[in-house]
Each structure stands twice: as C-alpha cells, then as structure tokens.
Design a protein around this ligand. Structure first.
Ligand SMILES: [Mg+2]
Length: 385
C-alpha cells in the first residue's frame, strides 16, 4: 500500500522544512521526557545511605498515623458512622508524600481515596471525612487549606488543577498544583484534556498517578496498553517519571523533584507511583471475585510501613522512643476520628436534600420533597435522617 508507506529520505525531502527531523519546529526529542524503564527505588539500595534521617523519621511517623487512620475509618464505616470508606491501606506512602512535598501556599487536588493525604495536609479528621458521612458541602474550606474538595468522578478534577496552576502563574504567584489520580483515571477523557493543556501551557502542575493495579475490579492490563502509565505523559510533551509508590523515600525524592521542576518553570510532570490497594475498593466491594489472596499476600511483603521500618532499623533510627512517638500520634488521630463521628444520626432532615438545588424549587422538586416528607412520616427508618 504505497499511499501510507513512509520511505525515509525521499518522503522527508518533499515535506515542509519545519517537519524534517532535526529541523527547528514542532518535532522534539522525547528522551528527556521518558521515564526510567524500572521504578525508582531507594530503600534497600545504596541510595538509602544518602537519605536525610529527619525526613525518614517524619515520613515513617506519617505512615504509622496513616495506617491507623485507615483502620479507624474502615471501622467507622462498618459501624455505620461513615456511609462509605475507600481505604488507602497499602498506599500510605503516596498519601504521606503528597502532603509532605507541598508548601502551605500550594494546592492539592484529591480523589475520593485521598482523605488521608488531605488529613496529613492539616485538615481536621472531622472535615476530611465529612463527605463520606454524607456531608453535602465537601467538609472543608478549600481556600483555607489550599485543598480542593474530594473528587468522586474520575479525573474531572485534573483540568481544574491545570487551570488553577496556569492562573497562578499568570498572576505571578509561586504556586504548584499537585493532582492525585488513579490508574483508572488515566483512561478518562478529562485526563487527556488536562495533560494536553498542561503540556501546551507548561503549567506548574504535577500529576501523581497512584497505580494500585485495579480500577475497582478492572485490572491494569485491561485498560492500559502503554509501556507504563508514565509513558503516556510523553505524548503530551509532559515529563513522565516512574517510582516505587511503596518506597516512601523514593516517592518523596521523585515527587519532590517533580514539584521543584514545576515550580522552577520547567513544565509539568506526571509521576506514576506503582503501589497496591490492600483493602477492597470500598466497604461495599468484594475483591475475592477479581483477585487472589496470593497476590495480596505478595504485596503485603512489600508494605510501605514495613519498608520504612526496615530503613529506619538499618540506619539505626528506630529506637523505642521513635516507635512510641509514632504509635502515640497514630492513636491521637484515631481518637480524633472517633470523636468526630459519634454513633448518632447526623443532623438534618430529608428535606435538606432539596434546599440548595435551586433558588426557586421546580414543581418536580416540590413534589419530591413532599414525597420524602410523607415517606419519613410513614416509615422513618427507611429514610436517612
Ligand atoms: Mg486504581
């Protein structure tokens, strides 16, 4: 089929000069944007000797707090004190790093699984988890905490992150936006649009993809044919980086470098952090239907908390006092969570659902509100209070 063959020099000679490889124009060398062929690791490698002891201790403390935060929130969901909890157990290193690398003036754009990152950024547990109890206003003031609301639709917050980062640069503000997204989110249209604009505008934004191997029950191989998710970045002119997302020191180094690069005006970065969701998708999911216990057990042997403790022990940094301080901070967090979500119905009535939809309710809304009122009166237990 001669019409679609490209035969090298003969074809190039006929093409406009700007499109000749090597000529000035839109063709660019992709090499600086390409990720490494294997995820960056620090713990257990010679690079671990260069890790800052204080940073390692702080990150370990966040991981221990994070593990306890996930356990407590899962328990609250089982008790009906949260409506749902998408756990980040196994992904605590990504969560801790997302909070650790940002300055107070930067912005975090979380997904529904990132309440831990939000809490570690400083948002009180009562606010960080409010949406998961049914709170209708997101839980916290985004401007106060420079943290966007939890985003439940996949990847729809990514264009917002790019827009905010670009707007900040236009205003001369020294701001980086860090957007969290899952592996499944990178299959969405909003991901494409966000990466396109980020690349073209060279927006100071970092996309941190937590590749936890599944989009609910769909395994990565069924939704991605790229060499890695990090490779997807190159097609948008965005730098792609690949890191072991369970190695908190490696993730801190790679995501920290990405934020510094974006802040310095060198353009956006997409970091793929390879990790694993140990718990079900949410408390409403049964993962035994789509993955094996053996796989989960294998990932447990590469646990972020265990890896961090291995490092601290090897470096002589895990004494009794350090361990006790981390455990104590974790228990204080759990107590804060329990106090924030007592075993009593949340305030409000079914009619609140209709209050802020329109300034002047439509006939349909008035009808639905009346039906909810009647239902509450007839069968109060069937209508959420
Ligand atoms: Mg996933």
């Amino acid at each position: 089929m001669p019409g679609i063959e490209q035969s090298g020099t003969a074809r190039d000679a006929a093409a406009p000069a700007a499109w000749r490889p090597g000529a000035a124009g839109p063709l660019r060398d992709p090499a600086p944007l390409l990720p490494d062929t294997a995820p960056v690791r620090v713990i257990g490698t010679p690079a671990a000797a260069g890790a800052d002891p204080e940073t390692a201790r702080l990150l370990h403390r966040s991981l221990v707090r994070g593990r306890r935060f996930n356990e407590q929130a899962t328990a609250l969901a089982r008790q009906g004190r949260l409506a749902v909890y998408p756990s980040s157990t196994g992904q605590e290193a990504c969560q801790a790093v997302a909070a650790a690398v940002l300055r107070p003036g930067d912005w975090l754009f979380p997904t529904y699984r990132d309440t831990l990152a939000v809490h570690l950024r400083g948002v009180p547990a009562a606010q960080a988890l409010a949406l998961l109890r049914g709170g209708e206003h997101g839980g916290w003031d985004p401007r106060r905490w420079r943290t966007a609301p939890l985003c439940t639709p996949l990847a729809t917050h990514l264009p917002h992150a790019v827009g905010l980062a670009h707007a900040a640069r236009l205003r001369g503000d020294d701001v980086v936006a860090l957007a969290l997204v899952g592996d499944g989110g990178t299959s969405e249209g909003d991901f494409h649009e966000a990466l396109t604009f980020a690349g073209v505008l060279r927006a100071p934004v970092v996309f941190l993809v937590q590749n936890n191997q599944f989009a609910i029950s769909v395994p990565l191989a069924r939704q991605n044919a790229a060499p890695s998710i990090a490779h997807k970045a190159v097609g948008y002119g965005v730098a792609g980086r690949l890191v072991d997302g369970n190695d908190v020191l490696a993730a801190h180094q790679v995501v920290g470098d990405a934020v510094a690069r974006a802040r310095g005006g060198a353009g956006p970065v997409l970091v793929e952090a390879v990790t694993y969701r140990i718990d079900p998708h949410t408390n409403a999911d049964d993962p035994r239907r789509y993955r094996s216990d053996a796989e989960r057990t294998a990932w447990r042997a590469h646990d972020p908390v265990g890896l961090a403790e291995d490092h601290l022990r090897a470096a002589g940094l895990l004494d009794e006092e350090t361990a006790a301080a981390a455990a104590g901070a974790a228990e204080r967090t759990a107590a804060e969570q329990r106090a924030a979500f007592p075993d009593t119905p949340p305030p409000g009535s079914p009619e609140d659902l209709f209050t802020h939809v329109y300034a002047r309710p439509t006939a349909q809304l008035r009808e639905q509100a009346a039906a909810a009122r009647a239902g509450a009166a007839a069968a109060p237990r069937e209508v959420p209070a």
